[in-house]
Design a protein around this ligand. Structure first.
Ligand code: F6R
Length: 606
């Protein structure tokens, strides 16, 4: 995963950039680079491979400078190579970038039509070119940067150097974090607090949509509308830097907002955006299995339930999902052509591990979708399929859940193509849809936060809450209910919407909120009938839907509207209001949302 460090310093910059990039190695990367102002011109060094490879290049051809920008790249658009490594260059601009520029192909075509030439396959170079176009038109650096930001869509963090402006670094964030570090006569830009940790502990976290110009005198920060803003400076200790809360009150809130980044980092491991293909990391031939057995606990189990709909629908691959604690003790009948797939944030959950070992002992091939790369499951499985959500500190799983669903969705596309259920064109379309998820997650978080607040107030007064959904939203209903239970200690149940009349309807009264998760997909009309059944019994409905769905909401339902999206990524986008609701209800009730009573982050006992 990509990392950024920018330094407007007083001493030699290259060794400091290298020191910082070393700290970012934990994120994973396949190339690295550094740009710096040398003798009035911009120069750069890049290397495929490890930081030591970049150091070797620097030893051969040193960069003598005090201001510079470094990057570790995890390839998305374009193979790992020196040519595709960052910083990317265009005219007077050198740029580093974390994230995905979704509309890069259209912008590239437009820039090519203007006669501009490209030297890499990256989406990043398009942004560098856009900034350079602005500079050529006579714009000041910050204006050219702002104009380029206005043209791009996606989720990103950017850092830029401009030739002729020796002590200036420009930065911007949308969906991918970026911090500003304050030193003594020096300033820093980093993809996280750890990046600037060797140089300063005084840090500001940029907010969504912020952009910034740093120089020796400090930072000028602007919000998304271009208005100058102040962002609080806080002290972050080096040891805490990997897992600190930033501008958020709780880890839960932070991790909910980490999701665009976590989703994007996870996608980087499964999708090739240029070729428009999805593949399991290290490759896997889905035609060699006839069945998928997903094993997991809690939230990870719900990720599996959500994914089963997508995998069976897309790939026609029979998929069973079972809680590991049941599977491991019931002597299940599994065919030898089954792939046992564990899903786990920690990679240490005792029941999941035991179920996996049982499968292994039966001679099944095993795989695991795991967030902790050094975990026991990661070591024991035949196939490690990582999520890259970063450390999850809050006991309540949020970003690990959406990262699991992200990985499973990408695997579903890969399986569908391998099993000839979709052609290359459809695969490309689905990959493009999935690549939109980080941006839509970011938009959803922005859109729902205020909508959820008054609803959280109502829900916090309830004794019981029902969550309903159909299709992939059934798993999400279960997950929403679990989050509310854990975060607020309110009793909540998730049900398949069609099951309501088989029992839970007896609970409906005006004091029991019924939260219905219903995108405007082919289940929508059926779910609306269930809503009518609730309303007919004086139930109070909270409908979580998209804009099209909201237009059909019953008059007396409260509505939370998320951005319109393709059904493929709806589970990701619709997770956000449910998580924020649980968070806000928990906080309003004074619960310890990060460490609820009786719960542990890693359940290593059965
Ligand atoms: C709920 C939650 C738990 C875990 C479960 C499995 O918020 O976090 O339900 O999902 O204990 O843990 P992992 O994913 O580490 O196997």
């Amino acid at each position: 995963m990509c990392g950024i460090i920018g330094i407007v310093g007083v001493g030699p910059v290259a060794p400091r950039v290298v020191e910082s990039l070393r700290r970012l190695e934990y994120r994973g990367y396949d190339s690295a680079g550094i740009a710096a102002h040398v003798g009035g011109r911009l120069d750069r060094r890049r290397a495929k491979g490890k930081i030591r490879d970049l150091e070797a290049v620097l030893a051969e051809e040193p960069l003598h400078a005090t201001t510079g920008l470094g990057h570790t790249r995890w390839a998305t658009h374009g193979a790992p190579s020196v040519r595709n490594a960052h910083p990317q260059k265009s005219g007077r601009v050198m740029l580093v970038h974390n994230g995905i520029i979704e509309n890069f192909a259209a912008l590239k075509a437009e820039l090519k039509a203007m006669g501009r030439e490209f030297e890499s396959e990256t989406d990043t170079e398009v942004v560098a070119q856009l900034i350079d176009v602005g500079l050529e038109a006579g714009k000041a650096p910050i204006d050219a940067f702002k104009a380029a930001l206005g043209r791009i869509s996606g989720a990103y963090a950017l850092g830029a150097l401009i030739e002729g402006h020796e002590n200036l670094i420009l930065g911007a964030r949308r969906g991918s974090p970026l911090v500003v570090g304050y030193g003594e006569g020096e300033m820093f830009l980093g993809s996280d607090a750890l990046a600037v940790g060797p140089f300063t502990h005084r840090i500001s976290y940029l907010d969504e949509g912020d952009f910034v110009a740093i120089d020796h005198h400090g930072a000028r920060i602007f919000d998304a509308s271009g208005q100058p803003v102040e962002r609080a400076i806080r002290a972050v200790s080096a040891s805490a830097a990997l897992v600190e809360k930033g501008n958020y009150r709780h880890f839960m809130e932070k991790e909910i907002h980490d999701q665009p980044d976590a989703c994007q980092h996870t996608l980087s491991a499964y999708l090739d955006p240029i070729a428009g293909v999805a593949a399991a990391p290290e490759g896997f031939d889905f035609t060699t299995i006839d069945r998928l057995q997903i094993l997991a606990c809690g939230t990870a189990y719900y990720a599996g339930l959500v994914a089963r709909y997508l995998i069976e629908d897309l790939a026609g691959l029979p998929t069973d999902v079972e809680v590991a604690s049941e599977f491991r003790y019931r002597n299940p009948a599994v065919a030898p052509s089954t792939l046992a797939l564990a899903v786990s944030q920690s990679g240490e959950t005792a029941d999941t591990l035991a179920a996996l070992r049982w499968c292994k002992a039966k001679g099944l091939r095993t795989a695991a979708i795991v967030n902790a790369p050094e975990s026991t499951m990661s070591r024991e499985v035949d196939l490690l399929w990582p999520t890259h959500a970063g450390p999850e500190v809050c006991v309540l799983s949020t970003k690990a859940f959406t990262a699991q669903v992200t990985a499973l969705t990408a695997l579903g596309i890969a399986a569908a193509r391998a099993r000839a259920r979709i052609d290359a064109e459809e695969e490309k379309r689905l990959v493009e849809v999935l690549l939109e998820a980080p941006r839509l997650l970011s938009e959803a978080l922005e859109a729902v936060e205020d909508q959820v607040r008054p609803i959280a107030l109502d829900v916090s007064r309830a004794r019981d809450v029902l969550y309903l959904g159909r299709g992939p939203m059934f798993g999400l209903a279960l997950e929403g209910a679990l989050k509310l239970k854990e975060g607020s200690y309110i009793h909540a149940e998730g049900y398949a919407a069609g099951e309501m009349k088989h029992g839970p309807i007896a609970l409906i009264d005006e004091d029991t909120p019924v939260i219905v998760v219903a995108p405007s997909d082919h289940f929508f009309e059926k779910t609306m009938s269930n809503i009518s059944e609730v309303i007919a019994r004086n139930g109070s409905v909270i409908l979580v839907t998209d804009e099209r769905g909201a237009a059909h909401a019953p008059a007396n339902a409260k509505v939370v509207t998320v951005p319109e999206c393709d059904p493929l990524i709806a589970p990701l986008i619709f997770a956000t209001p449910l998580q924020l609701l649980a968070y806000q209800v928990g906080v309003s009730k004074g619960a310890d949302v990060d460490q609820p009573r009786n719960l542990a982050k890693s359940v290593t006992v059965e």
